[in-house]
Design a protein around this ligand. Structure first.
Ligand code: SF4
Ligand code: SF4
Ligand code: SF4
Ligand code: FES
Length: 265
């Protein structure tokens, strides 16, 4: 039988530095990383600590860890023959692959940063994300009349902006202004560079959007967007941002003064 080699991050508070231990398991097609960890727990004397599954269906995100450099749900990720497992980026490690999801650490300075109480946090790597910007939505300040009815915000709300919180945990209300919601489609997109799962990418045409199947709702992109244009959907637990309504911006279509304009650059 073919084997898969797992290189697993091991750490517990009190150790000077983490170590990586090798484990071999029988390789089967469609074996998830989480199931491989259960096999290791059943067959090895010193297995790593990991979170036992809750939903086992890729829904609850309790099994999120860093798999070959990307944050992924372990129950929904197929095992590769060479797999490196590390704890989720940006959260204090309690032990091995188990992190404290209740305490996010913003921008740790080094790859491994030791926290005061001896636990340790892994910094997400930055990936260069550059694109030719060919389409942009802008609010023309000279045309916008700041109407009280805020039909633009209402249109955005109906299309996707319900049940959202900003990066400070403030609920987004219908009294938001539309320029708070618009993504300017940066050519140098810090949001996409910072996303540990690669969920932010060019999606429709040349517009950047978030793939809800890859997003784990960690909120790291929200901290990196200089325009505060990414929000967390508190019902679904994933990030949401303006994606120009797939090329037909609802806000621009409804504005009676034509203050929201799409530019093809
Ligand atoms: S919340 Fe943002 S950074 Fe985290 S996975 Fe989703 S898109 Fe990526
Ligand atoms: S979400 Fe923010 S960082 Fe990302 S492209 Fe839009 S404005 Fe730029
Ligand atoms: S283009 Fe769509 S998602 Fe973006 S601000 Fe306008 S209505 Fe909202
Ligand atoms: S156990 Fe729920 S997403 Fe993996």
């Amino acid at each position: 039988m073919e084997t898969a080699n797992l290189k697993v991050f091991r750490y517990q508070p009190g150790m000077d530095a983490p170590v990586y231990r090798d484990y071999d398991v029988g390789f089967q097609k469609d074996l998830s990383v989480l199931k491989a960890l259960f096999l290791i727990a059943d067959t090895h004397e010193d297995p790593p600590a990991f979170r036992r599954y809750c939903c086992n269906r890729g829904q609850c995100a309790s099994c999120v860890m860093t798999i070959n450099g990307r944050m992924r749900r372990a129950c929904a990720t197929q095992l590769q023959k060479e797999t490196t497992l590390e704890p989720a980026y940006g959260y204090p490690v309690i032990r091995d692959l188990v992190v404290d999801f209740g305490r996010k650490v913003f921008s740790p300075p080094d790859h491994y940063t030791k926290l005061m109480e001896g636990s340790l946090v892994l910094k997400p790597p930055r990936r260069k994300f550059r694109k030719e910007r060919s389409v942009q939505l802008s609010l023309r300040e000279d045309i916008c009349r700041r109407c009280e009815s805020k039909e633009c915000v209402e249109a955005c709300w109906l299309s996707k902006m319900e049940n959202l919180e900003d990066q400070f945990g403030r609920r987004l209300g219908r009294n938001a202004s539309v320029d708070q919601l618009i993504c300017v489609q940066c050519a140098e997109a810090f949001c996409a560079e910072s996303c540990p799962t690669g969920a932010i990418a060019i999606r429709q045409g040349s517009v950047m959007g978030i793939n809800p199947l890859l997003c784990i709702g960690c909120g790291i992109c929200m901290d990196h967007c200089p325009h505060g244009a990414i929000f967390l959907n508190i019902e679904r637990g994933n990030a949401v941002k303006c994606d120009l309504c797939e090329g037909k911006p609802a806000c621009a279509q409804i504005c009676p003064h034509g203050a929201l304009q799409v530019f093809n650059l």
